[in-house]
Design a protein around this ligand. Structure first.
Ligand code: NAD
Length: 383
């Protein structure tokens, strides 16, 4: 019977798990034997007993890594310090699925290739309607958008809602959301529920309606040309970003909270807030840079750190979804299950499998990853 292994995550601070007990019945129906490493779900709120109850076998790390398919939140480059410890456990009959940062850290994919195992990296899923149900980046962005607002509220020395009390009237906090994609829209919805007044900006004018339907005001900067192929943002030249920063400066200065989420697929995050723009904000204001892991939208952001500059707090949180590990794991696991069943059902390689397959037969076979490695010529053993 085909087997699926779920190891404990080893990346520091990673609390999520790649499979949750509620999905085990589905796995059983498909004839899959599931091996879960002891303690794998504990940090996310899923004790060993919950997996056992639903039919999983608790196992050692060696046993879990003996499964045909191994599901991970983070493998290869997405767990750069620890993933290599598991390489001796892998062989060419195995498949790994998870986040692997193959474009940011392609060297780790190259190392994994030497084991002969297949690696499917979920960051490389195409942005198509069919792939949406597998898209962990979107579901994790939803979690990050929500939590980013709570982080801001916790650090802001003001209240979010307008209050009319016997002690006087408290005006609502002003929140600016820069980048109204999946994370940004969730940030708008969350800040709205907390009672803030919200302004949002995105380079793609198409999101104006979505911003307004969530109760935000869409900031028009009169800049054209941000929408790229398939309706996604495209990278612009420095002159464009310079104009954008100039036009954004006033809105930033008037805000109590700025949540930035702007990114361009496969590129470093655009720099949209300069140190001068931050210093024009009122002391006590808070910036949460949700693009910190991709370099940050703010010049003062230090990924994984909190910075205070002239009274303004700039948070550059890393791995925000891991701070909401229970629901982030449930969402991640559902996406991963959909991908796994697609993989098991597919007779031939389709766009989803072709785009996400990174290693096979001892080589890096993915064209984008090969380019990132500086060896763009096709592999000797093409798939
Ligand atoms: P993202 O994480 O790549 O970027 C976040 C936001 O930053 C985007 O809205 C982008 O337009 C914006 N941005 C980029 N450069 C900017 C700049 N200079 N100034 C201001 N904003 C800037 O995007 P995302 O959240 O993943 O999604 C973007 C769109 O793609 C959404 O409409 C989403 O629904 C869609 N999407 C679809 C799929 C799918 O169909 N499978 C998957 C993911 C996203």
């Amino acid at each position: 019977m085909p087997s699926v292994g779920v190891p404990r995550e080893t990346f520091e601070g990673e609390r999520r798990v790649a499979l949750v007990p509620e999905l085990l019945a589905d796995m059983g129906k498909r004839g899959l034997v599931v091996l879960v490493e002891k303690g794998a779900g504990e940090a996310a709120g899923f004790p060993d007993a919950a997996y056992e109850e639903k039919g999983a076998h608790l196992a050692s790390r060696d046993e879990v890594f003996g499964a045909d398919t191994i599901l991970l939140v983070r493998c290869a480059g997405a767990n750069p310090d620890r993933a290599k410890e598991d390489l001796p456990r892998l062989s060419e009959r195995q498949t790994l699925v998870g986040l692997a940062d193959p474009l940011g850290q392609p060297g780790h994919a190259l190392e994994l290739a030497t084991t002969g195992a297949r690696l499917f990296a979920l960051e490389l899923l195409p942005r198509t309607t069919r792939a949406q149900a597998m898209d962990v980046l979107s579901s994790m962005a939803t979690v990050a958008g929500y939590k980013g607002v709570l982080m801001a509220a916790e650090r802001l020395p003001r209240l979010f809602p307008m209050l009319v009390t016997a002690a006087g009237t408290v005006p609502p906090a002003k929140v600016l959301v820069v980048g109204a994609g999946v994370a940004g829209l969730m940030a708008i919805a969350t800040a709205k529920r907390l009672g803030a007044v919200i302004t949002a900006y995105d380079i793609r004018p198409a999101v104006k309606e979505e911003v307004e339907s969530l109760g935000g005001r869409f900031l028009e900067l009169g800049l054209e040309g941000g929408a790229g192929e398939g309706g996604y943002a495209r990278a612009m030249d420095e002159g464009f970003y310079e104009r954008q920063r100039r036009l954004l400066a006033e809105a930033v200065a008037q805000s109590d909270v700025v949540i930035t989420t702007a990114s361009v697929p496969g590129k470093p995050a655009p720099r949209l807030l300069t140190a001068d723009m931050v210093r024009a904000m009122r002391p006590g204001s808070v910036i949460v840079d949700l693009a910190a892991e991709r370099g940050g939208n703010c010049e003062l952001t230090k990924p994984g750190k909190d910075v205070v500059d002239k009274g303004v707090t700039i948070l550059g949180p890393a791995n925000v979804p891991a701070t909401v590990a229970y629901d982030a794991s449930r969402m991640f696991a559902r996406n991963l299950r959909t991908f796994l069943f697609h993989l098991l059902d597919s007779k031939a390689e389709d766009e989803i499998l072709r785009d996400t397959l990174v290693t096979k037969g001892g080589e890096v076979v993915n064209a984008r990853v090969r380019e990132a490695l500086g060896s763009p010529q096709p592999p000797s053993n093409p798939t």
